[in-house]
Design a binder for this molecule. Structure first.
Ligand SMILES: [Zn+2]
Length: 113
């Protein structure tokens, strides 16, 4: 039994390390047909960033797009650290569908409410 307990513990920590893997960011010029989970796609050309896209973290599978254009409302800003881990502000609040409301901070989803 001890063996199984150890195995279980190891499996669980392996699973949670997968689960806890932070978001990464990918620079794109055009949105790919299939988005990967735990990835923030940053669309733009050179210095000009247009929007970010990601799969909704709630699991509903919807693709979310947030504008980065300063004169768009609403507009978001994205920061990427030296490891490519993104932060997005302000929070994302879907008004339709799953109505997810979350922050993406240093690659982690923080749910609101
Ligand atoms: Zn969702």
């Amino acid at each position: 039994m001890k063996y199984f307990a150890r195995l279980w513990k190891r499996l669980r920590s392996w699973w949670s390390s997968l689960w806890d893997r932070p978001y990464r960011s990918v620079k794109i010029e055009e949105l790919p047909d299939r988005l990967e989970k735990k990835t923030l796609y940053i669309a733009g050309e050179g210095e000009h960033l247009w929007f970010v896209a990601m799969i909704c973290p709630c699991g509903c599978g919807q693709v979310l797009q947030m504008s980065l254009l300063k004169d768009a409302r609403p507009c978001w800003s994205v920061k990427v650290d030296s490891k490519g881990v993104p932060s997005l502000s302000p929070s994302v609040w879907r008004q339709v569908g799953c109505r997810s409301h979350f922050f993406l901070i240093r690659g982690r989803i923080q749910w609101c409410g």
